[in-house]
Write a protein that binds this ligand. Structure first.
Ligand SMILES: Nc1ncnc2c1ncn2[C@@H]1O[C@H](COP(=O)(O)OP(=O)(O)OP(=O)(O)O)[C@@H](O)[C@H]1O
Length: 303
């Protein structure tokens, strides 16, 4: 798979405080890459640097295997984006707004029709944008980003402020872009549930640092599972474990320990046996993606 976006040690600081620090993104062709992180993590700043809207303090960006700073116009002509709220003229109709973009992009009429069709706005194209719902405005913003059928689409929190039906529609739309139109999509969100349902790869950013990059399966594989122990005497077992500097919690009659490897499980089992505590069950529970995300962003670097 070719890499469409690659950054090397991309960083941005404002007055000495880094909001993006040494980020190495790799977005493959035809992917829907989900850029996930809590508010203030550095997502928008990173996306803006990819589009030349913010100048990096350090590091480099290459898109379509070309250095961004030296091939800016060529790269941007093949990129569509929606960063923060869509910009439009409220007193003009959806179609008229698209015509303004059409002039800038210099594309034929049929592409305007097609882009409005993709976002399902063709029936409302003659309505003034001021009368659009938030979801319709967002879809118009996406239509503008798709107008020239770019190879790369960058969307910053595209479902922000939408109701569940609107979110579902945008999700379907994003999912269809690679296979229907050969586009690569990079989208950001602070919601794992959003990313989980559309992304083929994810990058998790927190405090300006990229904590994980890869597939959902890799994320789950790399995380250390929880180990659930059922013993003959959980209170005594807990004291034995605490003496070994472990801090199990008690849940549903099981002692639960986070992130144990095989050898730690064996040592724990042995210690309990030596202390005369029978172990009835040892269960390994995979962490949900939600808890992996929370433990990554809550306790940095625990993967
Ligand atoms: N122009 C600026 N001057 C100073 N600090 C800034 C500037 N732009 C962003 N920051 C800071 O950088 C950090 C990252 O902001 P950024 O908008 O990239 O985060 P984000 O992950 O997109 O979050 P959100 O989803 O809330 O927009 C924040 O702490 C923000 O206050």
């Amino acid at each position: 798979m070719d890499t469409v976006i690659r950054t090397e040690n991309l960083s941005k600081h404002y007055g000495g405080a880094y909001c993006v620090q040494q980020v190495n993104l790799a977005v493959g062709e035809g992917e829907v890459y989900g850029f996930l992180g809590p508010n203030g993590a550095g997502k928008s700043t990173t996306l803006k640097m990819l589009l030349g809207l913010v100048k990096p303090s350090e590091g480099s960006v290459s898109v379509f295997r070309k250095d961004f700073s030296r091939n800016r116009l060529e790269i941007l002509s093949q990129t569509g984006s929606l960063i923060e709220a869509p910009s439009y003229y409220g007193h003009l109709t959806g179609l008229e707004n698209m015509r303004v973009m059409q002039r800038l992009r210099d594309v034929p009429d049929k592409q305007v029709e097609k882009a409005l069709q993709i976002v399902r706005l063709e029936k409302q194209q003659n309505k003034k944008v001021d009368q659009y719902s938030l979801g319709m405005k967002q879809r118009l913003g996406i239509a503008m980003a798709l107008l020239h059928f770019p190879k790369l689409v960058i969307l910053d929190e595209p479902t922000n402020g939408l109701d569940p039906a609107g979110i579902g529609e945008i999700r379907e739309l994003i999912r269809s872009l690679p296979h229907q139109y050969g586009m690569t999509v990079l989208l950001s969100s602070h919601l794992l549930s959003e990313i989980e349902q559309v992304a083929t790869s994810i990058g998790i950013i927190h405090g300006g640092k990229l904590l994980f990059q890869g597939s959902m399966e890799q994320l789950q594989r790399n995380s250390r599972p929880h180990v659930w122990l059922k013993t003959q005497d959980n209170e005594k077992a807990r004291r034995v474990l605490q003496a070994r500097e472990l801090s199990p919690s008690l849940q549903d009659g099981f002692l639960v320990m986070e992130g144990m490897g095989d050898s730690e499980v064996a040592q724990t089992n042995r210690a309990l046996m030596m202390a005369g505590v029978d172990v009835y069950r040892i269960e390994v529970h995979k962490q949900s993606l939600e808890s992996i995300f929370l433990s990554l962003t809550g306790r940095e670097g625990s993967l």
